[in-house]
Design a protein around this ligand. Structure first.
Ligand code: GLU
Length: 508
């Protein structure tokens, strides 16, 4: 066996947006290619023109780009095995289907759809499922049962036909899947699949196998839904006398309750996105949410995908793309379907948010602040991010955790007022204001030290003072370390919030 350089492909059909499972397929191909210093190809399988959705190809390209899964050869950056869109590769399919007909592995079938439908019904009444297979083909309207002249005549007269693959009868076909192991199939259970359609287009099976061969694909890594097609593909390679690539079929992605496959139709029904990017259905105008728009970091999204059916065999969960490349192997792909856990997905994003540089987070947060009319230095926002990033899962949640760094509270929590605010509170807060006024420098540690000293000296109740102060600063009992808040908003703002709060709560 010749060891060829690794070449893998992601071969989506542009019939709509990709979903989590499709993105996972792309990622695993990418990781495998990078790990083996190979090539990752993006091939657009658009032979089924009826199901084509115009914006889908662009969506696929953009989704991969956002996720950092960059193809080496594709419709965008070309490559020496192009074109990379199947609709532009017609000549290759024609040429190769002719070879199969000549070598006797495929045949013309002229059966009219109505006739096949009639047979199907007839068999159904007898309790048999009609299949176009090695038993039936001998009694149907195809070139196996006609003379060469007759076939010629029908073709020349423009009679519609399809070309079917001739499945060998009664053979025990043995092959291997890199995830599933050894598989055996009795060929009499297979039907003579159509390889070429009357509209002059190949079907998925033919185009897929021809292209994988011509593009020198060494490993086919794809979803489990294609496993039933594998015996046919193996037989096609054999009929063409081509070396077949290795195959690895990845487990299904299941709904969170484990009941059934997570499908595109699940959209937002289950309360989380199933698409990488927001998708607008061009026909209905319906919008389905995407991970990007929901505020996921692409690195987190990739990490989420990686754990769908693969694990590193260690307790490490956070992996950068480079670490994934290093750790990835087909052997560690599991056979069982993997449930998608939306809560775990959020957890991944939270982990990435915590690991981000404060400055980077600030840059993402500034546009949100701007929509609220807040224009403030990036340095200030960076310091805020440092204090609140432990508390948010998404950048979009940071406002709720940090608004008090930018604006004084608009309301004060009634429950805390009822619990804490009494006749002495006003004078106590006024005195706290006087103490704070004198503190210099106004750093968190210094304020803490001085305020606590004052509390102790006057035998005040520590909890009472600090909770009231927090109420005046934040309006609630939430937020990071109190003295960090005072120091960052600054002395002037602190004192102003004290008088403002006293006034408002006093009136209330
Ligand atoms: N075009 C197929 C799809 O949409 C590709 C399957 C394969 O990878 O062979 O999933």
């Amino acid at each position: 066996m010749i060891i060829r350089p690794v070449r893998v492909r992601f071969a989506p059909s542009p019939t709509g947006p990709l979903h989590i499972g499709g993105m996972r397929t792309a990622l695993f191909n990418y990781l495998f290619a990078r790990k083996h210093k190979g090539t990752f190809v993006l091939r657009i399988e658009d032979t089924d023109q009826k199901r084509l959705v115009k914006s889908a190809e662009q969506y696929i390209v953009e989704s991969l780009k956002w996720s950092g899964i960059n193809p080496d050869e594709s419709v965008i950056n070309g490559g020496k095995f192009g074109p990379y869109r199947q609709s532009e590769r017609g000549e290759f399919y024609r040429e190769n289907i002719d070879k199969l007909v000549k070598s006797g592995h495929a045949y013309y079938a002229f059966d009219k759809p109505e006739e096949l439908e009639r047979l199907r019904k007839e068999k159904e009444r007898e309790g048999i499922t009609f299949t176009y297979n090695n038993e039936m083909r001998n009694s149907l309207s195809n070139s196996l049962n006609f003379s060469g002249q007759e076939v010629e005549k029908r073709l020349n007269s423009g009679e519609p036909y399809v070309i079917r693959f001739m499945i060998p009868a009664n053979e025990r076909l043995k092959f291997n899947d890199l995830v599933r192991g050894n598989i055996e199939v009795d060929t009499s259970t297979l039907d003579d699949k159509i390889l070429f359609k009357s509209d002059g287009m190949p079907t998925y099976h033919l185009a897929n196998v021809v292209d994988d061969h011509l593009m020198q694909i060494t490993h086919v890594i794809r979803g489990e839904e294609w496993l039933p097609s594998l015996p046919l593909h193996i037989l096609l390679y054999r009929a063409f006398n081509w070396e077949s690539p290795g195959f690895a079929h990845m487990p299904l992605t299941l709904k969170p309750d484990g009941k059934g496959k997570l499908s595109k139709r699940d959209g937002d029904r289950l309360g989380f996105p199933v698409f990488p990017l927001e998708w607008k259905n061009p026909e209905t105008g319906e919008i389905s949410s995407g991970y990007r728009e929901a505020g996921y970091f692409p690195e987190a999204f990739v990490n989420i995908l990686a754990f769908l059916g693969w694990n590193p065999g260690t307790t490490q969960e956070i992996f950068s793309m480079d670490e994934l490349i290093e750790a990835f192997s087909l052997e560690r792909i599991v056979k069982a379907g993997s449930r998608f856990d939306p809560e775990k997905a959020k957890w991944f994003n939270q982990q990435y948010l915590r690991r981000k540089e404060n400055r980077e987070l600030a840059e993402l947060f500034v546009p949100i602040l701007e929509t609220k009319g807040i224009n403030i230095t990036i340095d200030y926002v960076t310091q805020v991010c440092d204090l609140v990033k432990e508390r948010a899962t998404f950048v979009s949640e940071m406002w709720d955790h940090s608004y008090f760094f930018f604006i004084p509270p608009e309301r004060y929590d009634e429950k805390i007022i009822r619990k804490r605010w009494n006749d002495e509170s006003e004078s106590m807060m006024n005195r706290l204001g006087e103490i704070l006024k004198e503190i210099e420098p106004f750093t968190s540690e210094n304020i803490e030290e001085k305020v606590k000293k004052w509390i102790n000296l006057n035998s005040h109740n520590m909890g009472q003072v600090l909770n009231l102060c927090r109420l005046l600063m934040v309006g609630a009992s939430a937020g990071p370390h109190l003295f960090d808040i005072l120091s960052l908003i600054g002395k002037r703002e602190t004192l102003s919030r004290i008088s403002r709060g006293i006034e408002k709560i006093g009136v209330g």
